[in-house]
Design a protein around this ligand. Structure first.
Ligand SMILES: Cc1cc2nc3c(=O)[nH]c(=O)nc-3n(C[C@H](O)[C@H](O)[C@H](O)COP(=O)(O)OP(=O)(O)OC[C@H]3O[C@@H](n4cnc5c(N)ncnc54)[C@H](O)[C@@H]3O)c2cc1C
Length: 488
């Protein structure tokens, strides 16, 4: 297969970071950073891309982030957040996050470990040191990329620019919006007590009631955390504008029999599904999807993972408000699209209603202006970004790279979930057909569908793969119909 000219060992181009001849650019005295790539965003995707790129190509990378350090939104996350899925699926390709341990104690005994916020932040800090020690990466923290190949320090005011040959990498296209950084999307009267979720852990005194606003992972984490601290379920009022479908964490594990078995069950359910609703109910019967309230069919399908023990405790909260989005909160009262409710005068309303995941249109990863990092297989953004780094390092032509890595969307609704599954499966078939990419992907723990060589021959796995092969074609065809995707 053709090797990219910059591949380590055979490369023509040399790394040339930091040739700081000041020049006049955009009307400012500007330091020129002689990098081959400018990665805008040092969150999970920017780090995963850079880590793989520099492991496979002899190039210079400048990373810029308006935050002071690397790790992206995790630097501002609420203190009790954990990854919703196994640590092994998160981070970068070169370095496992955590130790790949199965939990032996606690309610998730038998499931793989999940990192806390501080573990994630420490991991990214260590990685930055590794990237910098490689000599190929320079990090510019507290700097704003302002477009036109230019960024400016928010601290010193110094301006920087990269030359024309430097490729811009957009590593913030899907960056989530979080409650700590966005005000609540409703009016708050002066006499109301509304706090972002981050402040919950700093409360001085308990109120008689908590009002949790939001239907996503942040809200479920918050309810579980309050209940674990002994808050009476009846002291919680949960405003859920939409009901969420969530994935059962037990079937999203770094074990090919478990993960690929879940894929086989999904394809079988899809093959037989009469409608989207029927599909999700079948997935629930198969132990794949979970919903909090069995009497309501959810419409939201961002599908973070949830453990069954969390489901059980969440179901103890009976005061659920389904009157749409909140318009206004005032002392003793909440006005929603579908009516008003009374709350305690001293109630604390916890803002968990950040936009979270975002849904801009899919764009080709390799475009004329930028390399735009997006998921490639269904979900798992860190794997997608690492894969893009590998393909960038090992292929020459953007058309070919785009053929191998068509992007897939993040899901919000049941139809969106079906669409993600179809586009992600098509992408996996495209990149998986290249032997070197398949071999790389099978070594990378970030890839949930990887088959480590030592597991490849097991009878159990062969039986699981047979099931996948039997159901994938009809399952994907039905998912395409349900998700409104053109046949391939
Ligand atoms: C609470 C929470 C939990 C999650 N848990 C998981 C999980 O368990 N597993 C999973 O796969 N996903 C999870 N996600 C989804 C998450 O979106 C992705 O995993 C991933 O972290 C997103 O990384 P990112 O690089 O796209 O964005 P970010 O982490 O937001 O990084 C983008 C960076 O770009 C910087 N930036 C943006 N614009 C500029 C500019 N003009 N100049 C300079 N810098 C700029 C920002 O400062 C930011 O640091 C979770 C999301 C949330 C909110």
């Amino acid at each position: 297969m053709p090797r990219h000219p910059r591949v380590r060992g055979g490369g023509a181009a040399k790394r040339t970071v930091d040739a700081p001849e000041p020049t006049c650019f955009s009307g400012h005295v500007t330091r020129v950073v002689e990098a081959d790539y400018l990665v805008v965003g040092a969150g999970a995707t920017g780090m995963a891309f850079t880590d793989t790129l520099i492991d496979h190509a002899d190039v210079g990378v400048a990373m810029v982030d308006r935050r002071h350090g690397v790790g992206g939104h995790w630097l501002e996350a609420y203190p009790f957040v954990r990854l919703h899925q196994a640590s092994a699926f998160y981070g970068v390709a070169s370095t496992l996050l955590g130790r790949g341990r199965v939990q032996r104690q606690g309610p998730e005994a038998g499931l793989q470990e999940r990192a806390t916020r501080s573990e994630i932040c420490a991991y990214y800090e260590r990685l930055l040191a590794r990237l910098q020690e490689s000599g190929g990466v320079e990090f510019f923290g507290s700097c704003e990329y302002v477009g036109d190949r230019t960024f400016v320090s928010r601290i010193s005011g110094e301006w920087f620019a990269v030359p024309q040959h430097c490729r811009i990498v957009d590593a913030n296209y899907l960056s989530p919006r979080i409650p700590a950084e966005k005000p609540p999307p409703f009016d708050v009267a002066d006499d109301a007590r509304v706090i972002p979720v981050n402040e919950l852990a700093r409360l001085q005194a308990a109120p008689s009631q908590y009002v949790i606003v939001g239907s996503g992972k942040t809200a479920t984490d918050t309810c579980v955390w309050l209940l674990a601290h002994g808050v009476d379920p009846d002291a919680i009022c949960w405003v859920r504008p939409r009901e969420p479908w969530m994935l059962n964490r037990a079937v999203v594990q770094p074990d090919p029999v478990v993960f690929i078995g879940m894929v086989a069950d999904t394809m079988q359910a899809a093959e037989e599904a009469a409608s989207l609703e029927d599909l999700f109910l079948r997935l629930e019967d198969a132990g794949i999807m979970l919903r909090i309230d069995p009497s309501v069919v959810p419409t939201m399908a961002k599908t973070p993972t949830l453990a069954e023990w969390e489901l059980e405790v969440l179901r103890t909260i009976e005061h659920v408000v389904r009157l749409g989005h909140i318009d206004r909160v005032q002392r003793g009262r909440v006005d929603l699209a579908g009516g008003s409710i009374a709350i305690a005068d001293d109630a604390i309303v916890v803002h968990c209603a950040g936009e979270g995941l975002r849904y801009p249109p899919l764009v080709p990863v390799w475009g004329p202006e930028a390399i735009t990092l997006q998921p490639i297989r269904a979900g798992f953004p860190c794997f997608g970004a690492a894969l893009i780094g590998y393909v960038e390092a090992t292929r020459d032509h953007d058309d070919e790279k785009n053929r191998l890595c068509p992007p897939s969307p993040l899901p919000d609704s049941m139809a969106g979930w079906a669409r993600m599954s179809v586009l992600g499966a098509r992408a996996a078939a495209a990149f998986g057909s290249e032997p070197d990419i398949k071999a790389w992907a099978d070594r990378v723990a970030l890839n949930p569908a990887r088959i480590p060589p030592e597991r490849a021959g097991s009878a159990e796995l062969r039986a699981t793969l047979d099931r996948v092969h039997a159901h994938t074609r009809p399952g994907l065809a039905r998912l395409a119909e349900l998700g409104g995707v053109e046949p391939s």
